[in-house]
Design a protein. Structure first.
Ligand SMILES: Cc1cc2nc3c(=O)[nH]c(=O)nc-3n(C[C@H](O)[C@H](O)[C@H](O)COP(=O)(O)O)c2cc1C
Length: 162
């Protein structure tokens, strides 16, 4: 398996998840941060995994733009899709808003790796929204965002088995 793991991350949580995932895959895996680098030619890879984090219901533009532009090439490879988010109950909606249907149907693994609100690193507007999310969540009895390392392990297992 020669895998390309593409991701976008605003405050580093998704980057940490992508790194953990890389460590659990078989064969060679290359990590590319789509915010900082452009993706290499997919020709050299039999497996492509792509993911990002959800902000206001959608994944980063770099991720959705890549999926739109490279959809055909992605469909001919072993594919995995993942998201990091604070509201896993909205996962289906977030997946639908983030990845084209054809990719979602073709994916061997679709995962949600949880989320973290890293408020110490956030720009002021995001910090404010994060604090509002935490407050509203506490009021409605919704658990605060947290990492789900088990989901990364299950995702890696599904990719290896496919
Ligand atoms: C301003 C803001 C908006 C967010 N919007 C959503 C959202 O609409 N749905 C959701 O499930 N999580 C939302 N989150 C939670 C993030 O997806 C979560 O914190 C994630 O772990 C961020 O990962 P990153 O550090 O890699 O960007 C939001 C977080 C912030 C700070």
């Amino acid at each position: 398996m020669n895998t390309l793991v593409l991701y976008a991350s605003q405050y580093g949580f998704t980057a940490d998840c992508a790194l953990q995932l890389k460590g659990q895959l078989d064969g060679k895996a290359t990590l590319v941060d789509l915010v900082k680098e452009s993706a290499p030619d997919l020709a050299g890879y039999d497996t492509v995994i792509i993911g990002g984090s959800i902000y206001m219901g959608k994944v980063q533009e770099q991720v959705s733009a890549f999926c739109m532009a490279k959809q055909t090439e992605m469909l001919s490879r072993k594919l995995g899709l993942f998201l990091c988010c604070g509201l896993p109950k909205n996962l289906e909606q977030s997946l639908a808003a983030s990845f084209p249907e054809a990719l979602r149907k073709s994916a061997k693994a679709v995962g949600c790796f949880g989320g973290e609100l890293r408020t110490d690193r956030m720009k002021p507007m995001h910090k404010l929204i994060a604090k509002m999310m935490q407050k509203a969540g506490a009021k409605d009895g919704i658990e605060p965002p947290r990492a789900n390392p088990q989901a990364i392990t299950e995702f890696a297992r599904a990719m290896k088995a496919a």
